[in-house]
Every structure is written in structure tokens, then in C-alpha cells.
Design a protein around this ligand. Structure first.
Ligand SMILES: *[C@@H]1O[C@H](CO)[C@@H](O)[C@H](O)[C@H]1NC(C)=O
Ligand SMILES: *[C@@H]1O[C@H](CO)[C@@H](O)[C@H](O)[C@H]1NC(C)=O
Ligand SMILES: *[C@@H]1O[C@H](CO)[C@@H](O)[C@H](O)[C@H]1NC(C)=O
Ligand SMILES: *[C@@H]1O[C@H](CO)[C@@H](O)[C@H](O)[C@H]1NC(C)=O
Ligand SMILES: *[C@@H]1O[C@H](CO)[C@@H](O)[C@H](O)[C@H]1NC(C)=O
Ligand SMILES: *[C@@H]1O[C@H](CO)[C@@H](O)[C@H](O)[C@H]1NC(C)=O
Length: 249
């Protein structure tokens, strides 16, 4: 009897193991993501709901469905490299996140990220940490309308693979001249730069003249830029969109 039962149990065990979905997600990245999620409270506000609707993005708390132990590559807003399970994209736009991102946030352990979107959350006018430069593989960074304050950290200019950078709509944030100069010189493959409604009152608009020749869109609405901008900006060969609405040039 028992000699028949043992192989039978063994087969059942094999079947149950092979029928559960293989875990793709790197455990290191899953832990970092889960800790990041847990560092925020979730709080929806009407003004962000309306802004997200207008931007064509659904306003709901994406991280609420994340379950510890499940494959993080299947979590809402997360995408992985199918070859090694590293998280390469995190899109938590319009996700009700409320809190701040401290310099020791586990977000900065996601070293394989290529795309990060945290637009339309509420970081309560806290500083944008300089540790964003640890995410050196980023090609797309979108932190628009997420209530960052303080100064844009100069280290953002180390992200030299950025194709698209959107920091617009952070009214309480200031962009300093040195930081802009470093951005202009280092973001050599940038195609889209959106810096609307950031405080640029100390910036010489001519600094934008040395922008990457690959630039396709440049948006600087309501930035409090002052001074005369040379017509040379129009010689950027690929430029299709230039928005300077509400600036006093
Ligand atoms: C940033 O994200 C917002 C919200 O999803 C979107 O409306 C905006 O177009 C994005 N910016 C860029 C440059 O992709
Ligand atoms: C970050 O530092 C604070 C104290 O400064 C600490 O309470 C927190 O646990 C740290 N977080 C992580 C993820 O290490
Ligand atoms: C440009 O980026 C590189 C890394 O890609 C960094 O080492 C360097 O300091 C950056 N330069 C500026 C002016 O930010
Ligand atoms: C913009 O920044 C300057 C300093 O660079 C400051 O004097 C001014 O008050 C800021 N404007 C706003 C609207 O915060
Ligand atoms: C643009 O770059 C050139 C050399 O690459 C430099 O001589 C010039 O001063 C720069 N212009 C601005 C406005 O930074
Ligand atoms: C901008 O150009 C106008 C006309 O050429 C001139 O009157 C004005 O003083 C200039 N402003 C600055 C800040 O250079």
C-alpha cells in the first residue's frame, strides 16, 4: 500500500509544481518595489483626477493590487526584461501616491530601469533626491505635476541616456542656471524636454541654444524666463514643437 502511495504523491507534487506559473521577477527588484509601494499612503484628489482625465490617463491606485509573493512582472504598472526578470519599466502615473521619496528609497535599487513615470502623484513639495542619477539606464523620466519642490538636483544631468525628460508642472521647484547648463551639455540624445511651469527666473534663455541637435520638442510654458532669446534656437534641425507660452522673452 505505502509503496504505491509514495510514487503517487511524488507525481502529484511534480504536477502541482510544474503547473504553477514560473516566477519571472528578480527577487531583489520585487523586494525593492514592494518597499517603495509601502512608503506611501494612497489618497485621491479631485484636481488630479481631472488633470489625469485631461491627459488621457486613468486615475486609480495602481499599487493596491500588488501582492507580496506574486510575480512582480505581472503587477500593474511594472514591466520586466523577459530574459532576466529585471524591472525595466515602472509606470505609476496618476496612482494616488502621497508622501516623499527619501534619498535611501528602494526605488534607487532598480538599476535596470529604462522608463519611469511618476507623474500626477503628490510628493508634498519635498525635494527631488539627487539619487535619481543611480538609475543610469533611464531613457524616459516623467515626474510632471507630482509636487516636487526645492531645486532640480544637478545630478539629473548625469542621466545621459535620457531621450525624454518631463519635469513640468512642479510649481514649487526651481531650476538653477548651472543645472540647466549641465543638462544642455550632457543630454546629447534628448528628443523631448518638457520643463513647463518650473521656476527658471534666474536663467539666461540663450542657454537653451546648445541643446542636442536631436531635439524634437521643447516646452517652456510659464517658466518665468526673462531676457532675449536668440532666433538660433529655430535652427535645431529636428525641432517640431516649441512652446514658450506665457514667458516674457
Ligand atoms: C508624462 O506623463 C503624463 C501623464 O501620464 C502625460 O500626460 C505626459 O504626456 C507625459 N510626458 C511625456 C513627455 O511623455
Ligand atoms: C531610510 O532612512 C530612514 C532614517 O533616516 C529610516 O527610518 C528608513 O528605514 C530608511 N529606509 C530604508 C529603505 O532603508
Ligand atoms: C555627464 O554625464 C556623465 C555620466 O554619464 C557624468 O559623469 C558627468 O559628470 C556629467 N556631466 C555633467 C556636467 O553633468
Ligand atoms: C523663483 O526663484 C527665485 C530665486 O531663484 C525666487 O526669488 C522667487 O521667489 C521664485 N518664484 C516663485 C514663484 O517661487
Ligand atoms: C555653446 O557651446 C559653445 C561651444 O560648444 C560655447 O562656446 C558657447 O558659449 C555655448 N553657449 C552657451 C549659451 O552656453
Ligand atoms: C532685448 O531686446 C530689445 C530690443 O532689441 C532691447 O530693447 C532690450 O533691452 C533687450 N533686453 C535684454 C534683457 O537684453
Amino acid at each position: 500500500m505505502s509503496s504505491l502511495l509514495i510514487p503517487y504523491l511524488f507525481i502529484c507534487l511534480l504536477v502541482s509544481v510544474s503547473s504553477s506559473a514560473p516566477q519571472l521577477c528578480s527577487q531583489h527588484d520585487a523586494a525593492a518595489l514592494f518597499h517603495f509601494k509601502s512608503s506611501f499612503s494612497l489618497y485621491g484628489v479631485l484636481s488630479d483626477y481631472l488633470a489625469c482625465e485631461l491627459a488621457g490617463s486613468k486615475y486609480y491606485p495602481r499599487t493596491i493590487s500588488w501582492k507580496e509573493g506574486a510575480d512582480c512582472c505581472s503587477w500593474d504598472g511594472v514591466a520586466c526584461d523577459p530574459l532576466n526578470g529585471h524591472v525595466i519599466s515602472l509606470d505609476l502615473t496618476c496612482s494616488w501616491l502621497r508622501g516623499s521619496i527619501p534619498s535611501n528609497s528602494t526605488l534607487f535599487l532598480l538599476r535596470h530601469l529604462r522608463k519611469l513615470n511618476l507623474a500626477f502623484n503628490d510628493f508634498g513639495d519635498s525635494d527631488m533626491p539627487s539619487e535619481f542619477d543611480r538609475l543610469a539606464g533611464l531613457e524616459y523620466l516623467n515626474l510632471s505635476s507630482s509636487s516636487f519642490g526645492g531645486h532640480v538636483p544637478p545630478q539629473v544631468s548625469h542621466l545621459s541616456k535620457l531621450v525624454s525628460l518631463d519635469l513640468s508642472g512642479n510649481y514649487a521647484q526651481t531650476l538653477d542656471e548651472n543645472t540647466l547648463e549641465a543638462l544642455v551639455n550632457n543630454l546629447t540624445v534628448a528628443r523631448h524636454l518638457f520643463l513647463d511651469r518650473i521656476n527658471m527666473s534666474s536663467i539666461d534663455p540663450n542657454l537653451f541654444m546648445n541643446l542636442s541637435s536631436s531635439l524634437r520638442s521643447l516646452s517652456l510654458k510659464e517658466c518665468d524666463l526673462r531676457g532675449n532669446m536668440s532666433g538660433d534656437i529655430f535652427h535645431l534641425p529636428e525641432l517640431k514643437l516649441l512652446n514658450l507660452g506665457g514667458t516674457k522673452t
